[in-house]
Design a binder for this molecule. Structure first.
Ligand SMILES: [Zn+2]
Length: 204
């Protein structure tokens, strides 16, 4: 049986109106797509929506003192836009929603995501931020990130200390995080509670 494919739905904030969709895809998402497809054996479609294609979402006011408050408001906005399918594990496990912004949410936060959820915000300030936030939605953790050494140091996607300008972008997850993502995607989907057929207590 083929595995259920994945989508990452990226809403380009109106403050990125002048940037080309193709350019943003190439710098921030193309290598991430390769990595996810390779580690999961699933197809990942990154759907990039320009500001005019989803005006209500692309105008979201994301700059807040509290990054968590900004994330909650974004998740709520998505729920009122897309409706109840965002409450179902069978949908949100495989379909993620990210707001791509020019600036940070506040002075110290470049991005934030619901862990194993469907909503995230990511600034383009570093090439790694959208991949990092998407990683959280797919179950990757900071604890399992690694600095790799292969003649030079490079950071895997979930490295959480300040992205060092001396280290390069490994453009991959650590082996442990690759495993975390596979496990998350392959877990059985919680079935909706449904009335069981009456047992036939026939003890004779
Ligand atoms: Zn993080």
């Amino acid at each position: 049986m083929t595995k259920q494919p994945l989508t990452l739905n990226v809403f380009i904030h109106e403050d990125l109106s002048d940037d080309s969709r193709r350019g943003l895809y190439n710098t921030h998402f193309s290598w991430f797509t390769d990595e996810i497809q390779e580690l999961s054996g699933r197809k990942l479609s990154v759907n990039m929506f320009s500001p005019s294609e989803a005006e209500t979402l692309s105008g979201f006011d994301y700059k807040k003192i509290s990054a968590a408050g900004s994330l909650d408001a974004w998740a709520e906005k998505l729920r009122s836009y897309f409706g109840s399918q965002l409450l179902k594990d069978s949908h949100t496990r495989f379909n993620k929603y990210l707001l791509l912004t020019r600036d940070n949410i506040n002075q110290s936060t470049m991005g934030i995501a619901q862990i194993k959820g469907y909503a995230s915000l990511a600034s383009i300030r570093s090439d790694m931020v959208p991949a990092h936030e998407a990683g959280h939605m797919f179950g990757a953790t900071h604890e399992d990130s690694e600095i790799l050494y292969n003649g030079w140091w490079s950071e895997t996607i979930m490295t959480s200390d300040d992205f060092s300008s001396l280290r390069s972008n490994a453009k991959r997850f650590s082996d442990k995080n690759r495993e975390n993502i596979r496990k998350y995607l392959d877990e059985p989907i919680a079935q909706q509670a449904r009335p069981r057929p009456e047992d036939d207590w026939d003890d004779d």
